[in-house]
Design a protein around this ligand. Structure first.
Ligand code: SIN
Length: 184
């Protein structure tokens, strides 16, 4: 798969006749909300673990020195907490460009904090994408984050803002918080 997933995503879901779509955010989409939304609710998806295993060549690193950002890895029973946004389908024109470095839109069931459920879309960078970096020790990941920077700013800012946002959601993500403590 090429680095740029924009065209790929455009052909994945048809929004004809649909006035709004739920989007589940679990990484920068939690704290950097640069798109309009109709409604916003904390939510959880099951079977996925958040990991700093995706390379960032366009936002928090460069093609020569990629940073690390989160993607979701399939893990039975795991719970991933995030924020669901109800958006108009046009918003995906912007989001597909923002998430173009390897992320594809997948459909997922989501559970809101009040127990209600809905189907939503989530951007996941699967391990067959060209920017996927995969696992490394938490110290090595934290070191890579500490030295990386890109057009959207320092990679450390991505990690620190995500940790802060997860804390505000009442989530305890051991992977993210361990990296945060290494970085600090
Ligand atoms: C997300 O936040 O849901 C996707 C990954 C990212 O943009 O950081």
């Amino acid at each position: 798969m090429s680095f740029d997933t924009v065209e790929h995503n455009r052909s994945r879901q048809q929004f004809d006749g649909v006035s709004s779509v739920w989007l589940f955010g679990y990484g920068s989409l939690i704290y950097k909300v640069d798109f309009p939304f109709l409604e916003q609710r904390p939510a959880t998806i099951e079977g996925w673990a958040r990991r700093f295993w995706q390379g960032s060549h366009d936002h928090r690193g460069t093609p020569e020195a990629p940073g690390r950002v989160v993607t979701l890895i399939e893990q039975p029973g795991a719970l991933c907490k995030g924020v669901a946004y109800r958006v108009s389908p046009q918003v995906f024109q912007h989001l597909d460009v923002r998430e173009k470095n390897g992320y594809l839109r997948f459909s997922t069931p989501m559970v809101f904090d009040d127990g209600n459920c809905a189907e939503g879309l989530v951007y996941i960078a699967t391990e067959d994408n060209a920017a996927f970096l995969g696992p490394a020790s938490s110290l090595d990941i934290a070191r890579q984050i500490a030295r990386s920077t890109g057009p959207s700013g320092p990679n450390s800012e991505y990690l620190l803002k995500l940790a802060e946002a997860l804390r505000a959601l009442g989530d305890h993500d051991p992977h993210v918080f361990e990296l945060e403590s290494h970085l600090l």
